[in-house]
Design a protein around this ligand. Structure first.
Ligand SMILES: [Zn+2]
Length: 358
């Protein structure tokens, strides 16, 4: 069964276990040869110089290079997030300090540009070091070479990543990161089997860690962050958290500028999108709206400018609607039905009036 659990799909479908668990293939550790000896004609054993072997790259869970060791030129994003491709895509390690790739998705769905993947890893590590104890769960990024990825309209050029919210249980202890829709108070329920009430576990957003993660991404100078798709009410809660912590006004304003609730609610995860780098633009990378004045200025300082994608060549993929997902989710007990009815109040898009989010 193809996983249909994407940012566009009601998380309650996720909770049904419709997504297959992916298999990782941990990289085998290669024994490192260092020198050989041969018998000299005299009978003495003389060392024969041999070329020093390349040092084995550090093994990361799931295989592939450590994204933190790669040059930006290793990868290139080609085309637009909706129709593009990915060259030299780097896999997000299946796990690392303070994070993991969701075990509910196939591991091939975790490839991105070096800039994106390295920044995600760094931001998660930062949270792990400053507020240890919880684990961030990443969802889909892109396929190894980009292109079509089931269940998404975008995620095709290695510049989009789905990120679950850090979660806590009802007592405030760290809880497993899952795509669970959260209400205007930042609360939700891990319904597990939707037809059974006894296995339900209440959860809530871990605001300090979720804010710390997005703040680290926004402060990462190797990354030009374009948008964070997130439901309006969680945006509001994160802004309040930033103010409580007296976060720098410029950072808070930048978060306010780049966050937007799209057509699908994004109440169970955030979707992070980054701009083309100047090198990627030279290789054929296209940016879609919005393009901020500060991004144009950044590109200009690198003798570059954004390039819009050509007219769409392929048909827009059909995405599962909230109603269809609800139908597919099968039988559900009355609390789930009540939550879904309540959820209608915030799935309606979007919230006009801001400069970059219409
Ligand atoms: Zn997404």
């Amino acid at each position: 069964m193809q996983p249909r659990c994407a940012c566009s799909i009601l998380a309650l479908a996720l909770a049904t276990g419709a997504c297959k668990r992916g298999e990782g293939s941990p990289a085998a550790a290669e024994p490192a040869a260092t020198a050989t000896t041969t018998a000299a004609p005299t009978g003495e054993v003389a060392p024969t110089p041999v070329a020093a072997p390349e040092p084995a790259p550090p093994a990361v869970p799931g295989g592939g290079p450590d994204p933190l060791t790669l040059e930006a030129s290793y990868s290139a994003s080609i085309g637009s997030p909706n129709e593009g491709a990915l060259q030299g895509g780097v896999p997000l390690p299946l796990s690392g300090p303070g994070y993991r790739f969701t075990p509910r998705k196939k591991p091939e769905r975790r490839h991105g540009t070096v800039e994106l993947v390295a920044a995600l890893v760094r931001a998660a590590q930062h949270v792990h070091e400053t507020m240890p104890g919880n684990t961030l769960t990443f969802g889909d990024i892109s396929m190894p070479q980009g292109g079509e990825i089931a269940g998404h309209g975008s995620h095709r050029a290695g510049r989009d990543a789905d990120v679950m919210f850090y979660l806590l249980d009802a007592e405030g202890a760290p809880a497993e990161g899952k795509a669970i829709p959260l209400d205007p108070e930042g609360k939700g329920t891990d319904y597990k089997d939707l037809a059974v009430g006894e296995d339900d576990v209440p959860v809530q957003i871990d605001l300090p860690r979720t804010w710390a993660f997005v703040a680290a991404l926004l402060g990462d100078e190797t990354l030009q962050l374009q948008q964070i798709y997130i439901v309006e009410h969680l945006r509001t809660l994160l802004l309040a958290q930033a103010k409580r912590e007296k976060a720098p006004a410029e950072l808070v304003q930048r978060f306010a500028d780049v966050t937007c609730q799209p057509r699908f609610p994004h109440d169970d995860h955030m979707h992070i999108r980054v701009f083309c780098t100047p090198d990627d633009i030279a290789a054929g990378c296209n940016d879609v709206a919005p393009i901020y004045p500060w991004q144009r200025a950044f590109l200009k300082s690198h003798d570059s400018a954004p390039v819009a994608p050509p007219k769409r060549k392929t048909k827009r993929p059909k995405l599962t609607s909230v109603e269809e997902a609800r139908e597919k989710a099968g039988p559900m007990h009355e609390d789930v039905v009540a939550f879904l009815d309540r959820r209608k109040a915030w799935v309606k898009p979007p919230h006009p009036g801001r400069t970059w989010c219409r």
